[in-house]
Write a protein that binds this ligand. Structure first.
Ligand SMILES: Nc1ncnc2c1ncn2[C@@H]1O[C@H](COP(=O)(O)OP(=O)(O)OP(=O)(O)O)[C@@H](O)[C@H]1O
Ligand SMILES: [Mg+2]
Length: 225
C-alpha cells in the first residue's frame, strides 16, 4: 500500500523562479490497485510519480510504502528499497545504445551483483512474453519505438517489483503499439502488482483494467473517479 500524506514539492525554493509543483497531495493506493493520473502538461504528474517512486523527495509531507516512511530514510536504504520495490517505465525507453536488448533488461540487477543464470533466464522469458524473444541479442538501437518500450517494460519487471510506475508509457507509440503495451500493462495486476500510470492517452484511461482515475491540475488532485 502507498500512502501519500499532504505532500508538497517546491522547486527552486527561496529563489525568484520558485515554483510549487505539488500543493498538498494526499492519496492512498491499495496493494494491487491500478491507478491512472491524468491532467494537463505541468500539472505535476511526473513530479508525483518521482516522489512515489522515491526518485526525489518531497519538500514537505510524508510518503509511506508498505509501512515504511520514505521521507525519513537515508539515501542508501532508499536506493535499495527503490530497486526492490519499484519498476519504472518512462515516456522514453532510455535503453543504452551499444548494449544488447537482454543486457539492457538486466541493467537494474547490476548494482546487486553480476546477473546469475536464473536472472538471465527470467530476462529471456520476459522478452519472450513481451514478444521480443527473437530480438534479445540485438543491439538496443536497432529496435523500433514499440519494441524499445516493451524492452523497457521487461527491464522494469526484471527484479519482479511489487509496484510498477509508468510515466506516459504510450506517448511515442502509434495506436496499435499503444494498445499492445496497454494489454501488457493490463496483465500485470493479475500478478498482484500495483500499477501507477501517468497518461494523457485516452486509450490508457479507458482501458478496462484501470480501477481509478485521478485528475490532476496545478499540483492538486481534483477528483477520484
Ligand atoms: N526540476 C525542476 N525544477 C523546476 N521546476 C520543475 C522541475 N521539475 C518540474 N518542474 C515544474 O513543475 C511543474 C510540474 O511538472 P511535471 O513534470 O510534474 O508535470 P507533468 O504533469 O508531468 O507534465 P507533462 O504532462 O508535460 O509531462 C512544471 O511546471 C515543471 O516546469
Ligand atoms: Mg510528465
Amino acid at each position: 500500500m502507498i500512502v501519500v500524506d499532504r505532500v508538497t514539492k517546491i522547486f527552486d525554493r527561496g529563489r525568484p523562479e520558485e515554483f510549487t509543483a505539488l500543493s498538498g497531495i494526499s492519496l492512498t493506493i491499495a496493494a494491487g490497485e491500478t491507478v491512472v493520473l491524468m491532467g494537463p502538461s505541468g500539472s505535476g504528474k511526473t513530479t508525483l510519480l518521482s516522489i512515489l517512486g522515491a526518485l526525489c523527495r518531497p519538500t514537505s509531507g510524508r510518503v509511506q510504502v508498505a509501512g515504511r516512511d520514505l521521507t525519513r530514510m537515508p539515501e542508501r536504504s532508499l536506493s535499495l528499497l527503490r530497486r526492490r520495490t519499484f519498476g519504472f517505465v518512462f515516456q522514453q525507453p532510455h535503453l543504452v545504445r551499444g548494449l544488447r536488448v537482454i543486457d539492457n533488461v538486466l541493467l537494474p540487477a547490476l548494482p546487486v551483483s553480476d546477473p546469475e543464470e536464473g536472472l538471465r533466464e527470467r530476462a529471456r522469458s520476459l522478452l519472450e512474453r513481451l514478444g521480443l524473444g527473437c530480438r534479445a541479442e540485438a543491439r538496443a538501437e536497432s529496435l523500433s519505438c514499440g519494441e524499445a518500450q516493451r524492452a523497457a517494460l521487461a527491464r522494469a519487471l526484471i527484479l519482479d517489483p511489487p509496484i510498477v510506475i509508468a510515466d506516459e508509457p504510450t506517448a511515442h507509440l502509434d495506436t496499435a503499439r499503444a494498445a499492445e503495451l496497454i494489454s501488457l500493462l493490463a496483465s500485470l495486476p493479475a500478478g498482484g502488482k500495483t500499477l501507477v500510470i501517468a497518461s494523457h492517452d485516452p486509450l490508457v484511461a479507458e482501458a478496462s483494467f484501470v480501477e481509478r482515475i485521478l485528475a490532476m491540475r496545478d499540483g492538486r488532485i481534483l477528483e477520484a473517479g
